[in-house]
Unconditional design. Sequence first.
Length: 312
Amino acid sequence: MATYTASSIARVSACPSSEALPHVRTAVSPEAERGTAAHEFLFRLHNGELREDALAAVPEAHREYCASIALQPVPGAIAEVPVAYDVLRRSARLLNVSNRAYGQLAASEVAGTCDLFIPAPPGGVATVVDWKTTHDVEGMERYTPQLEFYALALARAHHVAQIRYEIVAIDERGQPHFVIQRELDFEDLEAIAERLAQAHRAVGVALAAAGDHLLRSAAPWAPSVTEGDHCRYCPAWRSCPAKRAVLDAVGRTPEPNGATYLLVQDLERWAELGREKLREAVREGGPLPIDEQRELRFNQRGALQIARRREA
């Protein structure tokens, strides 16, 4: 099976080498947890549960947010539709799985789960929908490769030559924004299929190059990478040569231009990764000594703080 899923299409298309670098899965953020809760809530609504019952199943921390979501079930729609698309055979099949446990797939199959599939009405076309909980309503364009994948896969699985896709951005107040709505015809779907095939081949080349390097050298593999918005959630961020190069810039005075802001963002993320490791260490083992007078511990608000060492 492919080493990536539909949600990673944008990243592997832009930077195939990222799939061959070592991956580190980071802890789930509160924002991601909220998104998961909202998706589960909307899934339950589309499965016929009463709104109050669906809300009762939401974790308390996210119940108020889910209650604010101003979306109603779409009659006849099917929520959480898992599908596998074969990038080489250019065919697709619906999967009988749940919780994104895709099981055994062919080496050239890429799997994903569409949030909502709306069958074609008489004389119309089917629609695939993706819900995004976000504070960045204007930044939804970055998700179009993922939606193009769903559209292609569901079109192939249902043997249709036209299909629509929608990205629905749900803001922090629960208000939906139908930010992207596009209809694809046969030629559009063929173009998407070709882009997916090219990305899949490029990932294969990168994996082969990484394996060959491992056999020849003990040094970390340093491939050519492409930076961009897809870096935001990249699991290879820590091993990426471009991101590690930022560490070499520490101590240098950056040029005062717009690109400096990107450098600062990466430095802040390295610092946050370091802080998280320290938080884990303090949580597990208690205060960490700094020197004879000071130690690192949590303050009353739960934040790390350098303080005088307590008497034993």
